[in-house]
Design a protein around this ligand. Structure first.
Ligand code: GRF
Length: 202
Protein backbone atom coordinates (compact mmCIF):
# COMPACT_ATOMS: atom_id res chain seq x y z
CA UNK A 1 0.00 0.00 0.00
CA UNK A 2 1.10 3.53 -0.48
CA UNK A 3 0.52 6.77 1.36
CA UNK A 4 0.75 10.40 0.29
CA UNK A 5 1.10 12.93 3.10
CA UNK A 6 0.10 16.58 2.67
CA UNK A 7 1.77 19.24 4.82
CA UNK A 8 1.96 23.03 5.02
CA UNK A 9 4.75 23.64 7.51
CA UNK A 10 6.78 21.95 10.20
CA UNK A 11 5.46 18.48 9.47
CA UNK A 12 6.03 16.93 12.87
CA UNK A 13 3.00 14.66 12.43
CA UNK A 14 4.34 13.57 9.03
CA UNK A 15 7.67 12.88 10.70
CA UNK A 16 6.01 10.77 13.41
CA UNK A 17 4.22 8.74 10.72
CA UNK A 18 7.39 8.23 8.65
CA UNK A 19 9.32 7.11 11.73
CA UNK A 20 6.56 4.73 12.84
CA UNK A 21 6.26 3.24 9.34
CA UNK A 22 9.98 2.45 9.41
CA UNK A 23 10.25 1.31 13.03
CA UNK A 24 7.12 -0.85 12.91
CA UNK A 25 7.73 -2.15 9.39
CA UNK A 26 4.31 -1.24 8.08
CA UNK A 27 3.06 -3.01 4.94
CA UNK A 28 3.09 0.39 3.25
CA UNK A 29 5.43 2.98 1.87
CA UNK A 30 5.28 6.74 2.04
CA UNK A 31 5.12 7.47 -1.69
CA UNK A 32 5.37 11.24 -1.38
CA UNK A 33 5.10 14.29 0.82
CA UNK A 34 3.35 17.20 -0.89
CA UNK A 35 3.21 20.77 0.41
CA UNK A 36 1.20 23.79 -0.64
CA UNK A 37 4.11 25.96 0.48
CA UNK A 38 7.62 25.74 -0.92
CA UNK A 39 9.07 26.88 2.42
CA UNK A 40 7.49 24.10 4.50
CA UNK A 41 10.34 22.87 6.68
CA UNK A 42 8.93 19.34 6.73
CA UNK A 43 9.96 18.92 3.09
CA UNK A 44 13.59 18.69 4.14
CA UNK A 45 12.94 15.87 6.55
CA UNK A 46 11.04 13.94 3.87
CA UNK A 47 13.73 14.44 1.25
CA UNK A 48 16.46 13.43 3.70
CA UNK A 49 14.55 10.17 4.24
CA UNK A 50 14.49 9.42 0.53
CA UNK A 51 10.82 10.29 0.14
CA UNK A 52 9.66 12.02 -3.03
CA UNK A 53 8.53 15.59 -2.40
CA UNK A 54 6.42 17.99 -4.43
CA UNK A 55 5.07 21.51 -4.03
CA UNK A 56 1.70 22.58 -5.38
CA UNK A 57 1.60 26.23 -4.34
CA UNK A 58 -1.91 27.53 -3.85
CA UNK A 59 -0.58 31.00 -4.67
CA UNK A 60 0.03 29.88 -8.24
CA UNK A 61 -3.66 29.19 -8.84
CA UNK A 62 -6.27 31.93 -9.14
CA UNK A 63 -9.15 29.82 -7.83
CA UNK A 64 -9.67 27.11 -5.23
CA UNK A 65 -11.02 24.81 -7.96
CA UNK A 66 -7.89 25.19 -10.05
CA UNK A 67 -5.63 24.61 -7.06
CA UNK A 68 -7.58 21.53 -6.01
CA UNK A 69 -7.45 20.13 -9.55
CA UNK A 70 -3.67 20.58 -9.70
CA UNK A 71 -3.22 19.10 -6.25
CA UNK A 72 -5.39 16.12 -7.11
CA UNK A 73 -3.37 15.50 -10.25
CA UNK A 74 -0.12 15.59 -8.30
CA UNK A 75 -1.44 13.26 -5.58
CA UNK A 76 -2.90 10.79 -8.07
CA UNK A 77 0.41 10.63 -9.94
CA UNK A 78 1.56 8.61 -6.91
CA UNK A 79 -1.61 6.42 -6.95
CA UNK A 80 -1.95 6.36 -3.15
CA UNK A 81 -4.29 4.09 -1.21
CA UNK A 82 -4.43 6.71 1.53
CA UNK A 83 -4.03 10.49 1.67
CA UNK A 84 -2.95 11.84 5.05
CA UNK A 85 -3.49 15.51 5.89
CA UNK A 86 -0.85 16.46 8.46
CA UNK A 87 -1.04 20.13 9.35
CA UNK A 88 -2.30 20.87 5.85
CA UNK A 89 -3.76 24.35 6.17
CA UNK A 90 -6.00 24.67 3.11
CA UNK A 91 -9.72 24.11 2.95
CA UNK A 92 -10.46 21.60 0.23
CA UNK A 93 -13.44 21.70 -2.14
CA UNK A 94 -16.18 19.10 -1.98
CA UNK A 95 -15.32 17.45 -5.34
CA UNK A 96 -11.73 17.03 -4.16
CA UNK A 97 -12.78 15.58 -0.82
CA UNK A 98 -15.32 13.27 -2.43
CA UNK A 99 -12.69 11.93 -4.82
CA UNK A 100 -10.80 10.59 -1.77
CA UNK A 101 -13.85 9.42 0.14
CA UNK A 102 -12.91 6.78 2.70
CA UNK A 103 -9.21 7.15 1.95
CA UNK A 104 -8.30 10.55 3.39
CA UNK A 105 -7.53 11.19 7.06
CA UNK A 106 -6.95 14.43 8.97
CA UNK A 107 -5.77 15.31 12.45
CA UNK A 108 -7.37 18.22 14.24
CA UNK A 109 -5.96 19.69 17.47
CA UNK A 110 -9.13 19.53 19.58
CA UNK A 111 -11.60 17.00 20.89
CA UNK A 112 -14.09 17.30 18.05
CA UNK A 113 -16.88 18.25 17.78
CA UNK A 114 -15.58 20.92 20.17
CA UNK A 115 -13.51 23.71 18.62
CA UNK A 116 -13.45 23.13 14.87
CA UNK A 117 -11.53 25.64 12.76
CA UNK A 118 -8.43 27.61 13.71
CA UNK A 119 -6.80 28.62 17.02
CA UNK A 120 -8.18 25.58 18.81
CA UNK A 121 -5.95 25.98 21.87
CA UNK A 122 -7.03 29.58 22.30
CA UNK A 123 -10.65 28.46 21.92
CA UNK A 124 -10.16 25.77 24.58
CA UNK A 125 -8.55 28.21 27.05
CA UNK A 126 -11.31 30.76 26.47
CA UNK A 127 -14.00 28.14 27.03
CA UNK A 128 -12.37 27.05 30.29
CA UNK A 129 -12.53 23.35 29.47
CA UNK A 130 -10.51 21.07 31.75
CA UNK A 131 -9.88 18.49 29.04
CA UNK A 132 -8.60 19.18 25.54
CA UNK A 133 -6.93 17.00 22.96
CA UNK A 134 -6.72 15.83 19.38
CA UNK A 135 -8.90 13.95 16.93
CA UNK A 136 -8.11 11.81 13.89
CA UNK A 137 -11.04 11.68 11.50
CA UNK A 138 -11.96 10.71 7.97
CA UNK A 139 -12.26 13.80 5.81
CA UNK A 140 -15.70 14.72 4.49
CA UNK A 141 -16.81 17.94 2.79
CA UNK A 142 -18.07 19.20 6.17
CA UNK A 143 -14.91 20.84 7.57
CA UNK A 144 -13.62 19.18 10.78
CA UNK A 145 -16.79 17.07 11.07
CA UNK A 146 -15.84 13.76 9.46
CA UNK A 147 -16.35 10.42 11.21
CA UNK A 148 -14.02 10.11 14.20
CA UNK A 149 -11.31 7.45 14.15
CA UNK A 150 -9.31 8.18 17.30
CA UNK A 151 -8.98 10.77 20.04
CA UNK A 152 -6.57 11.54 22.85
CA UNK A 153 -7.31 13.84 25.78
CA UNK A 154 -4.93 15.95 27.86
CA UNK A 155 -5.59 18.03 30.97
CA UNK A 156 -5.78 21.81 30.71
CA UNK A 157 -3.75 23.31 33.53
CA UNK A 158 -4.37 26.56 35.33
CA UNK A 159 -1.05 28.01 34.19
CA UNK A 160 -1.35 26.93 30.54
CA UNK A 161 -0.67 29.30 27.68
CA UNK A 162 -1.66 28.48 24.11
CA UNK A 163 1.91 27.30 23.58
CA UNK A 164 2.16 24.94 26.55
CA UNK A 165 -1.26 23.50 25.77
CA UNK A 166 -0.39 23.07 22.09
CA UNK A 167 2.76 21.23 23.06
CA UNK A 168 0.89 18.82 25.33
CA UNK A 169 -1.67 18.12 22.61
CA UNK A 170 0.97 17.72 19.89
CA UNK A 171 2.70 15.01 21.89
CA UNK A 172 -0.55 13.04 21.78
CA UNK A 173 -1.05 13.76 18.08
CA UNK A 174 2.24 12.01 17.46
CA UNK A 175 0.86 8.94 19.25
CA UNK A 176 -2.64 8.66 17.79
CA UNK A 177 -1.98 9.69 14.19
CA UNK A 178 0.65 7.06 13.35
CA UNK A 179 -1.53 4.48 15.08
CA UNK A 180 -4.61 5.37 13.01
CA UNK A 181 -2.62 5.36 9.77
CA UNK A 182 -1.20 1.96 10.70
CA UNK A 183 -4.72 0.62 11.24
CA UNK A 184 -5.63 1.79 7.75
CA UNK A 185 -2.61 0.28 6.00
CA UNK A 186 -3.19 -2.97 7.88
CA UNK A 187 -6.64 -3.03 6.31
CA UNK A 188 -8.31 -2.81 9.69
CA UNK A 189 -9.77 0.67 9.42
CA UNK A 190 -12.46 1.62 6.92
CA UNK A 191 -15.27 4.06 6.39
CA UNK A 192 -18.62 2.37 5.90
CA UNK A 193 -21.09 5.08 4.95
CA UNK A 194 -20.90 7.47 7.90
CA UNK A 195 -19.55 4.80 10.27
CA UNK A 196 -15.97 4.01 11.12
CA UNK A 197 -15.16 0.30 11.16
CA UNK A 198 -12.12 -0.86 13.07
CA UNK A 199 -11.24 -4.56 13.03
CA UNK A 200 -9.20 -6.25 15.74
CA UNK A 201 -5.58 -7.08 15.01
CA UNK A 202 -5.23 -10.38 13.15
C1 GRF B 1 -0.90 20.16 14.39
O1 GRF B 1 -1.25 20.58 15.69
C2 GRF B 1 -2.12 19.79 13.60
O2 GRF B 1 -3.07 19.11 14.36
C3 GRF B 1 -2.61 21.15 13.24
O3 GRF B 1 -1.46 21.87 12.89
C4 GRF B 1 -0.36 21.33 13.57
C5 GRF B 1 0.62 20.88 12.53
O4 GRF B 1 1.81 20.47 13.08
N1 GRF B 1 -3.63 21.13 12.24
P1 GRF B 1 2.87 19.69 12.21
O5 GRF B 1 3.03 20.42 10.88
O6 GRF B 1 2.36 18.28 12.01
O7 GRF B 1 4.12 19.74 13.01
Amino acid sequence: RSIVILISGRGSNMEAIVRAAQAERWPARIAAVISNRADASGLEFAASHGIATAVVANRDYPTRDQFDAALREQIDAFAPDLVVLAGFMRILTAPFVNHYQGRMLNIHPSLLPSFPGLATHRQALAAGVKLHGATVHFVTPDLDHGPIVAQAAVPVLEEDSEETLAERVLEQEHVIYPRAVRWFVQGRLALDGARVRLAAEA
